[in-house]
Write a protein that binds this ligand. Structure first.
Ligand code: URA
Length: 259
């Protein structure tokens, strides 16, 4: 059982300083397993004990993980360069120092983006070695053509000569301008450039899964939810594209079919 001082545990997970934590504890605003603890140097078991500060439960992990449903118009960087940073979408009471987007979506792309302060996890996630599959829903300018399936599967050559890893693509049911694409790599503007290479054009793009972490229906565009460490491990689990398609494609397509 990993014993740790309560104030250290809290300061690693919030923006409170040790002296602020001491004051909060003295006021009765810090609880361990539901009971107020007035002395902030009390030792706790960081794996078993549940700590709340001002009523908010802190996660067991010292790192924070948020799944953001990114809206258009925000940039995937920590600074407001060329638009507002996606970090602005993390509610201010949950935003702690060191958070950054693990990966990038274009300014006009929506969907699943992990925001974390866990550099090791981000490195693992972005490393080409892991080939984490990512699924996108795409609205096209022109009708989907069945030949895309083989063209994507055979490793597409982009206009500048870049060769893509084999990718999967399927047209959505009931809409010939909607498709789902699964990539295992992340080249610059990759989905847009792949459809450009087959003579089509991406009108709208949204990432709907990262590994087997699927954007929950209840998470509205622009909303973020905190993830537990065990949810984050789903990033590294494969997701069967065809099963995803059967179960989730109708849900993600529904909002776009008539737009
Ligand atoms: N492919 C793109 O073209 N843009 C993104 O944001 C992500 C994948």
């Amino acid at each position: 059982m990993p014993q740790i001082r309560l104030d250290k545990f809290i300061s690693e997970r919030t923006e409170y300083t040790r002296s602020q934590i001491k004051q909060l504890a003295a006021k009765g605003s810090v609880a361990v397993n539901g009971t107020a603890v007035k002395k902030s140097d009390t030792k706790i078991d960081s794996e078993k004990d549940t700590v709340t500060v001002c009523g908010r439960a802190l996660s067991e992990s010292r790192y924070r993980y948020f799944l953001l449903n990114k809206p258009q118009g925000y940039v995937s960087s920590t600074e407001d360069t060329d638009g507002e940073s996606v970090l602005k979408l993390i509610p201010s009471e949950l935003r702690t120092k060191g958070l950054f987007p693990a990966g990038r979506l274009d300014k006009d792309t929506e969907g699943a983006l992990l925001i974390t302060d866990d550099g090791e996890l981000a490195h693992r996630m972005l490393s080409p070695k892991h080939h984490i599959p990512k699924i996108y829903i795409v609205k096209l300018d022109r009708l989907f053509e069945n030949k895309y399936i083989n063209q994507f599967a055979n490793g597409m050559v982009l206009a500048n000569g870049d060769v893509c890893a084999p990718a999967k693509v399927r047209m959505a049911e009931n809409c010939e301008k909607l498709a789902f694409v699964e990539l295992t790599e992340g080249k610059y503007h990759q989905v847009k450039r792949m459809f450009a290479a087959v003579g089509n054009h991406v009108q709208f793009l949204k990432r709907v899964s990262l590994g087997s972490l699927i954007l929950p229906e209840k998470l509205g565009t622009g909303q973020a939810m905190e993830l537990l460490h065990k949810d984050v491990e789903n990033l590294f689990e494969p997701l069967d594209f065809d099963l995803f398609f059967e179960k989730f494609a109708p849900i993600f397509s529904a909002n776009l079919i008539n737009n």
